[in-house]
Design a protein around this ligand. Sequence first.
Ligand code: FAD
Length: 303
Amino acid sequence: SSASAAAPAPAPFQISFEFFPPKTDEMEATLWKSIQRLAPLTPHFVSVTYGAGGSTRERTHHTVHRILQETSLVPAAHLTCVAATREEIDAVADDYWNAGVRHVVALRGDIPGGDAPYFPTPGGYAYAAELVEGLRKRRDFEVSVAAYPEVHPEAKSPQEDLDNLKRKLDAGATRAITQFFFDNWAYLRFVDRARKAGITAPIVPGIMPVTNFTQTAKFAKVAGASVPSAFAKHFEGLEDDPETRKLVAASLVAEQVTQLAQAGVKEFHFYTLNRADLTYAICHLLGLRARTVQADRGTEAAS
Ligand code: FAD
């Protein structure tokens, strides 16, 4: 019948995009151009990162509110434990809830200032698992949490890190999003270990479309992600050649995502770094197509 012919084909993959709150008007303009470019790919949600310190917190709120007001995207607000009391964090969560936010990515948070050892704030949530519990008790948020295929750098052992992930999910989180990685085997082995440990929630790979290799190698070191030597080699000599770097980056991330899809992965989270082009291209390769506004009214239209 014509009714069934008009029914939207199921999307082959579920995707989500991560953005960071912009610091300047110029960065804000770049972010909004990227959001407008990526929105027609109809992501499941878009998440906005959160930093310690008043000004970055305000920027996260502003970005989340603007997404709610100006787009039909579903925002997921990141929230962290660091440098705040439970009351302060609960108040932020309430504000989000009252504004219509229904999805939170609950994290311990990066240590402000970098290298210092982590100490819980007196009167605060000590770890992400406690934050998940606190949020779920308070409101019916959908909660996502972080997972580390190559083990969180501060974890005592891989087993304790996996136990921690299980605690976060048992506390009411329903999805894990991984730290970025370049070694697909590390991810696939990790998912396997998690399943054997009784974790059933989706463990969505976090994909970082790299263009600035030097900067990414620094991030990777801090995040405990390994950079395969072949990967580093592909960027050798391209320090002053951003055009070629971008083409190389595109082919590498295409290969990474294609391999994961072949291994059965159905959901991807993209660390967009507020840029649309590479992420858009990878989503296109995955078979995702921009939908026109009519799709929102239930009449599938691909553009
Ligand atoms: P947790 O799950 O609390 O774990 C932190 C460490 O403590 C682990 O080593 C764990 O094994 C250990 N641990 C847990 N519980 C205990 C316990 N009871 N006793 C002893 N050790 C314990 N950072 C930001 O600041 N803002 C963001 O917006 C942000 N977004 C992120 C999004 C994703 C998808 C990911 C993967 C990371 C993000 N980060 C962000 C970084 C994150 O905050 C850091 O990686 C942080 O160091 C750990 O956060 P977590 O939520 O994984 O912590």
